[in-house]
Ligand binder design. Sequence first.
Ligand code: GLN
Ligand code: ZN
Length: 759
Amino acid sequence: MKYIASNLGMPRVGRKRELKFIIEKYWRGEASISDLTSTANEVVTLNNTLQVQAGINPTTVNDFTLYDRMLDMCCLTGLIPSRFNNLNKLSFTDSYFRFARGEGNVAAMEMTKWFDTNYHYIVPEIEETSAPNFNREFFENQVLPDGDRNHQKFSIIGPLTFLTLAKAANGSINKYAIYFELKKTYDELLKYVLSLGYINLQIEEPVLGTDLNDAQVTIFEDFYSNLKTRLDIPTNILLATYFGNVEDNISIVKNIEVDCLHLDIFTDESNIDSLSTLNESYDSISLGVISGRNIWKINLNETIEIINRALHNLNFDTVFIAPTASLQHVPYSLKLEEKMPTEVMNWLAFAEEKILELQVLVGRLNKEISEEDERVKSILTANTMRKSSTLVNDPSVAKRISGLTNEDFERQSEFAIRQKIQRAHFQFPKLPTTTIGSFPQTTEIRQARADFNAGKINEAEYKNFIEKAIIECIEKQEALGIDVLVHGEPERNDMVQYFGELLSGFTFTSFGWVQSYGTRCVKPPVIYGDIKRPNPMTVEWAKFAQSNTNKIMKGMLTGPVTILQWSFVRDDQPRSLTCNQIALAMRDEVKDLEAAGIEVIQIDEAAIREGLPIRKAKQPEYLKWSVDAFRLTAAGVNNQTQIHTHMCYSKFNDVMDSITAMDADVISIECSRSNMKLLNLFKEEKYPNEIGPGVWDIHSPRVPSLEELEQLIQKAVDVIDIRNLWINPDCGLKTRGWPEVEATLSNMIQATKNIRAKI
Ligand code: GLN
Ligand code: ZN
């Protein structure tokens, strides 16, 4: 068997986010289209060069995009929502950005999370009038590197994944009905690509890792069963799956006209079981063995063992060795990091390092690189050091985890009893009003934090500044007449990073940016060791805030699942265990807040839904441990202490039982965009605890009118028992400006008062 290094895609925002900066400049009118194009070309050229240097052949091209690859597919197949047709004509690039960002009253195309990642794609919309048609002019705008096309692999998202992730514009449309026209369009597109001289294609069908229905199976078989015959030009087709296992979909990938299948055998080894069946019909296979979603250096010996085990008794002519998924989900290069502890840095690999690891791994497999090779030795040393490092293992944490009992996950009494005690104690008005935590992060606040980090102001000055911001925020809330106040979170750079910086076991990168959507990037913390809370993290600020008001001040924390989900997580123990370690640290914080006189404590779980596995069979296990981690965080307090949680999304259908099982006294959810329809689900499922449906879509600066808010509140009152109902915005207000915040909250309070008078 011959092993060849292969790759599915590179990060596309550039080594130092060059693409983000040039696009944003272009949007502001400060850069020209040729500036934009030249930066984009530099990014794809560097990506290609690095792959060539690492011996990857063919390299992957067209993995790049100016905004999103699903949007690229919409443009290439001519599937643009009709609402954009009447706008003035713009250049291709400008209309492309307009689809993503909207213009005036014409809404942007929707964005949603890409499988179980924190990347957001643009959702294709299928309307009655949708007519797929290959748009060759748009193709000319794709940014492709120079070089020999024989040594490049042209990648696109496949038609089944594209259609599966599309949404029908209304309930009477069957989106799959456009498939036959879409197929013609894809054929035309692929033939065009081949006519340009490419001979290698990478067609991505990550939906093969999900449970498929009959309509999807039919489409898959129709498209792929005679694909090469239809294209009628000699070509090598790689069909790539990632994020999940093919399992029973093996029966449909077995007999199709593609040359090679890519499977992740690293994240979860169950794909290994499919290999012998595939060997009956495939001469080559591509194995994902280096995590495309995490940042740890390869464990060289273990990886070789996995590969050997996977291929035991099998005989493929060619085995491609690749990352599990596109490297778009990891940062670009470790070489840029200067501040991280060197010991930890030595355990990591970002995109640039990962493709070099491929080269070493393949060299070892082909026996072209010896054990004595410096690169091999340095990887193996790092592997050994990490296992035994005292930075990783803290016996006191392990001891605490092993001492957990069922009682640690249970509140003192059940909700009905707690609710009685809390009602008698708090005496809130009907429909109590509150907000979700953050208030505008003004330029002054960001500046003060930057100055403090740069040593331009000292700790006392910074503290003084934050205290003033808190007092101002309290005064504004009191003037507005809000019932349960928050301190506004001016001291927090980010809801995860803030806590990560104060917990042990975490470290931070300087340039570890990962694209979240379009030009937005996030810099996830790295969890490398056992987690402990050396000191209280929010207690002083909360106490200070409470001492400045007679109203109830809500304590504000991020939940363990969200901290886990938005970090790079260690791979040497189960996620559930790391999550419980975070939960214990946050539980101590909850108890300290309670002891400091904070009577209402909110634990945000913005990411609990996002972590849901894409295979149904795997969901119960995840939901069990994530709900348990939340309960462990919350359960240490007295009956009278009111625990809130917050979730800013609206997909609750699959997870209602778990939301109930979290047993928060009050939950706030995003609701305004669904026009309160989401509440019907909570009603049908008989959600027993208190609930605050969001009445203000905080994603836009628009100020909803008094009447509009009254209508939304009335809708909520019609569905939910009013004694369980709270009134609040959809989410935190940190990205909004004070004028719209004050105007909207004032309308929200007045609308609440008007409805209170009627009930
Ligand atoms: N408390 C956080 C805030 O208000 C919650 C943010 C979130 O859920 N995304 O900013
Ligand atoms: Zn939120």
